[in-house]
Design a binder for this molecule. Structure first.
Ligand code: IMP
Ligand code: MG
Length: 177
């Protein structure tokens, strides 16, 4: 698989982000809201480098696949903490069209947090179709399909420690595995 981001580049990127958050938030408590499942690997690395008090909450976002409603997003917030009056940081793996960030932010706003900001590992350039931007991103990438470090293709490859690009050969190999 073609490697877009090495394990070392990703770890350095996460350390840079952690330093920025430690500066920006100081000792202000943060409630992290991890968009399942792609953000889990990043979340685990990031929060261990942070110095303020941290809570972790989960929200599941899934796109409908296969049907004609393929663009619709389904949210499951049953595992959410109470975020009323809390400073929240939403974490997702990748910012593509912006739909996930837009929809999850809208849902969280209805829960009356003190503030909501957002972090993504990857910012895919030129794909945005919603009027929202993440507050922090670790890497900008071209429009390629990336797997690893949390990101999946058909629910596999999340455990790769690097960011790889799925190309024709890789898709063929995936299909026969
Ligand atoms: P958006 O809602 O269009 O911004 O897309 C964000 C979601 O699409 C992410 O949470 C991912 O689950 C998925 N996604 C978009 N691009 C990729 C990719 O290159 N690799 C893996 N998942 C992706
Ligand atoms: Mg995702």
């Amino acid at each position: 698989m073609k490697i877009l981001l090495t394990e070392q580049q990703i770890q350095e990127g996460i350390s840079r982000l952690a330093a920025e958050l430690n500066t920006d938030y100081q000792q202000r408590p943060i409630t992290f809201i991890a968009v399942m499942t792609g953000s889990l690997v990043m979340l685990a690395d990031l929060i261990r480098r942070l110095e303020m008090p941290i809570r972790v909450s989960l929200i599941q976002a899934s796109s409908y696949r296969g049907g004609t409603q393929s663009g619709d997003l389904w949210l499951d917030d049953r595992a959410m903490l109470d975020i009323t009056g809390r400073d929240c940081l939403l974490v997702d793996d990748i910012f593509d069209t912006g739909k996930t960030l837009a929809k999850v932010t809208e849902r969280l706003q209805s829960m009356n947090p003190a503030s909501i900001r957002s972090i993504v590992l990857l910012y895919k350039e030129g794909q945005q179709r919603y009027p929202i931007e993440p507050d922090y991103h670790v890497f900008r990438i071209p429009n390629e399909f990336v797997v690893g470090y949390g990101l999946d293709y058909q629910d596999l490859y999340r455990n790769l420690p690097y960011g790889g690009v799925m190309e024709e050969d890789d898709l063929a190999a995936h299909a026969s595995s």
